[in-house]
Design a protein around this ligand. Sequence first.
Ligand code: SF4
Length: 707
Amino acid sequence: LDEHPFPETATTCPYCGVGCGVLARPSADGQRAEVRGDAGHPSNYGRLCSKGSALGETLTHEERLLHPQIDGKRASWDGALDLIADRFRDAIDTQGPDSVAMYVSGQFLTEDYYVANKLMKGFVGTANIDTNSRLCMASTVVGHKRAFGTDTVPGCYDDLEEADLIVLVGSNLAWCHPVLYQRILAAREKRGTRLVVIDPRRTSTAEDADLHLPIRPGFDVRLFNALFHALATSQARDDRFVALHTSGLEAALEAIDTVSPSDLAAMTGISDKDLATFFGWFIAIDRTVTVFSQGVNQSSAGSDKVNAIINCHLVTGRIGKPGMGPFSITGQPNAMGGREVGGLANQLASHMDFEPDNVSRIGRFWNAPNMATRPGLKAVDLFNAVADGKIKALWIMATNPVVSLPNADKVRRALDVCPFVVVSDVVSSADTVAYAHVALPATGWGEKTGTVTNSERRISRQRSFLKPPGECRHDWQAICAVAQRLGYSGFDFASPADIYREYAALSGFENNDQRDFDIGTHGNISDRDYDALSPFQWPLPAATSPAGKLEGRSHRFFADGKFYTPDRKAHFIATPFRPAQSQPSDDLPFILNTGRIRDHWHTMTRTGKSARLSAHIAEPFLEVHPDDAKAIGVEPACLVEARNAYGIARLRALVTDRVSKGTVFAPMHWTNRFSAKACIDALVAPNTDPASGQPESKHSTVALRPL
Ligand code: SF4
């Protein structure tokens, strides 16, 4: 008999885009939390990785922000909210709606995201609200829309278990999406799936691969263009699919600079033999999934990289079928939910863009007095506008941009000169809180309730099982309270269920073409059904009851060959090669790559509390190739300084041939809170993809010297 005093609550892990189901409860003594994997959740079937299984260790009240603060001093909620509303009202009235901005987060629940976007885009009248998801997968959004007409992930996790060839591009899945990787390995045991990893580094994932292609950084488009050309002239070309369901093939092929195999090898840094093996497998194996992540997205050519990959699947007709398709895997737990409710500055809710019909439709649904009619500033541009004095009031929620944005020291300087900064956070020691005129204590995982959407479009509930400490409030409550003080109606939500109902109804409002994101039948879901909602993927079949019947169902799009472009065909996109924006020089000879490690998350405000997680890798480091280390006199484990025009970092040298000569790698997690000059994003160049605005976090240039 289970004599535990607390029942288990089914919720979802707050870390990566796999979206694992978790069963959680307070421990019997009430001092900690206990977690285990939810065997009934179709994302993980009970598995959890090191980060997920250590969730209970991160829920301490140490360093929690427990009360509102004004200028660092304790204040009342009413005082803080009144001040925020006054300062935003003053800026809007005197300088116009574009003088205010919000910067939010893929850590938001969908309900938080929805009200933040409703406030800014419908009532304040500006689209100056962007999200740290811009750093994560904005390039994929552009690639999907250009090819499919909508931002739709075609496949599902089951495809990874039904594939015979999985190509992982710019993804250290073993560390960054461990449970999905475990599912792939388990399937590989049974069906002998071949695994190809395309990554400049020899990561843990690459070590497991049947074929590792250590590509020269930035050359993915060259590689996939050559593969596209080879597929188009091979037996793998699906003429019927191309003729019936696509357009633009010839133009896309003509845009490719064809190169000889030996030139391609020289350009990409991959041997002729390995290229031939890869191309041979891709041509011969029908059931192929290409999984891509930040190594593709975080690039000044990220959108083109995505389309170069999609082109290869379209020319072979390998999309919308079991075990086939291009598959974007998101970094954050709710990057997809944000995309659904207009989280990006260039989107409106329900995946709509700023076409006049869409603006009108959403404006009528919201009864909005002041709809934004054009896209707002994307993350890097938004903080440039702060630095230039154009943003007079800024609200940052659930993210730590002074650490995570490129050119991070400039972001600090920008916040220093911004007349009014509000920061909503869980942790008082989060680096950005130091720049807040008003700091609002937010509820965290275990205390919040709402929905998130994972990488395969599966919407799951996050449910609370802990009482919020101190005076912490939910982010949606703070946003609604400010909206009401600004005099706006339509923000009297009583609960996350209320917000979800409105969002669901909006997705179905005048949506006569039944686009894939329509969950309009949930527009009148009861509180009880919302609370009981089982994980489900969109689109939501009209005939299915609102709750409880969808668990385990997997869905893939485009099985009927119909896409959401005006001609209902998938579009090949021409992707001429463009080199990365920063190129090595005599002064800055090394290419800097940044990324995650296995056991930490973002800027470590949560995982840094777990001794177990911190034991895996205890301090920040810089991977340097042995030949480079010798040439510049860097000894293993000594301190090394990396610098460029943007900033300086001082890190422990990890001398290893995991990185290729001329490149270095540093993890993104550590901040100057841990040790001075530990923040690697201070050196990341603020170069962005012109189509997506996503920063090129994998390709800056630096000089090194031993300390
Ligand atoms: Fe959480 Fe991702 Fe690990 Fe699953 S794989 S437990 S979602 S961090």
